[in-house]
Design a protein around this ligand. Structure first.
Ligand code: SF4
Length: 80
């Protein structure tokens, strides 16, 4: 049984060396990733609350769907 953590926020991070610019991440998480004119991702910089389950799910899809494993989710803890 897993623990559900709803606090904090997250951002997507891309490794630009691995990224090949096919833009699958934009298709899978359009609210979090835009693409430039060459198809490379422009990641939303503002943290998204982890409680936004739909956004977190699409971020996970984008991470899993990245053919170059260039994406990761970086969690940001709430400030005390
Ligand atoms: S899916 Fe991965 S390789 Fe493709 S553009 Fe996005 S980060 Fe780059």
């Amino acid at each position: 049984m897993g623990v559900i953590r709803r606090g904090g926020s997250f951002v997507l991070k891309v490794n630009p060396i691995l990224c090949d610019g096919f833009g699958h991440c934009h298709e899978l998480a359009p609210d979090l990733v835009d693409i430039d004119e060459w198809g490379y991702p422009i990641i939303k910089k503002e943290p998204t609350p982890t409680g936004n389950v739909q956004a977190l799910q699409s971020a996970r899809y984008a991470v899993r769907g990245c053919p170059r494993q260039a994406l990761r989710i970086e969690r940001i803890a709430d400030q005390p």
